[in-house]
Design a protein around this ligand. Sequence first.
Ligand code: GLY
Ligand code: MN
Ligand code: MN
Length: 434
Amino acid sequence: MVIRTFNDLTPFQKRRAQLKNLAEGSAFILFSGKESHLTRFRVQSSFVYLTGFEEPEACAVFRPGSDPEYTLFVRDKDPSIEIWDGYRYGPKEAQKVFSCDQCFSIKDLEKELPQLLTGVKDLYFSLGEDSINDDLVIKARNKAQQLDRRSGNPKISIKDPNEIIGEMRVIKDESEVNWIKESCELSAKAHNHVMKNVKVGMNEVQAQAHLLYSFYEQEAQREGYSSIIASGVNATILHYRANNKPMLNEELLLIDAGAEKNYYTADITRTYPVNGTFTKPQKEVYLSVLNVQKSLISLIQPGYSLPELQEKAIQLLTEQMIELGLLSGKVSDLIKEKKYQKYYPHGIGHYLGLDVHDIGRSKENNKPRPFQKNMVITVEPGIYIPHDDQEAPKELRGIGVRIEDDILIGSSSPVNMTATAYKEVDELEATIKG
Ligand code: GLY
Ligand code: MN
Ligand code: MN
């Protein structure tokens, strides 16, 4: 028996119909990806976005507005392999269930592809991800061009599919909004679960065990990215992933983690004291970041943009760095000289969706791209004070704080989809102490 993630395939049909308005007369080739023995297979994001099909070694060819419009290539049925690895649809069943115009064995891809590319002007295919697929597609394109030359068609240029699919993925449709909300609520609950269970002396990986228990207990598919479980000075390492240090008394714990469900991931960071009480300097840094984060979230609405949000974050965080005694001088000079970068070296956020750093342009013609309803972004300010920073007040050295929430751009006001993960000082302290 096969359990599909998506039983209702209408959202996928609608997305394919949208391709017609955006790229009629072109062709898209998307591969689902290959299985590896090290990690559980996850189908490529744009492939699942347009097909809802979850098997490895599949290829979809879309020709918006042409006939056949949607051709799928899948693995053949093979009982001797299925007894080891599980059910495969095979071409006949896949065609019925996934409503493609035609479905072939993946073994026929090389043979069928040139014909599918004739008469096409632009071919959207992501070169450079897999050299075998690159060769196969280029050969098919060249063959199609030979066939075309006789009918006088121009060359087929290969373009980045993200130009079109990335643009679609930036604005979430109704089902995506619901799926992301589900991942966000699930992940927020898991963060709260860790807070309830964290103890001095526990190893970071044991805190991760509580996180994963909660993810899977709530039927998550997987971690949306490598969870960062960083205690003490490890919190000043932006993408710390060793997760193997015992957590000591009076240390902060920074957890940056999100679960994936229905292929959509959340991306949440919370920072709190392992023993349940912020020290005075920890609390000062924490409240600085928290207040900045809240101010930034309140600014989010259609028309505003990620680059503007980053500019505002730099201004507010620089002001806080002066308050904390990390920097001194005029805010405008400190910004001009990029002094804030020592303590805030990253961006304020990114698009979120099928990938944690989701695709889509944040600038248009070199200008900030305005937010639109149903975009989803993260807001993740932080202050990180290196442990050996001789210029920082001694009591602040080694403190790292980041707070990250996932925001849906609403018609006018922002919707914080991860608001149920505790972040107020008293909530955190009460939850940790139990
Ligand atoms: N978890 C990666 C990020 O926050 O961007
Ligand atoms: Mn993020
Ligand atoms: Mn994150």
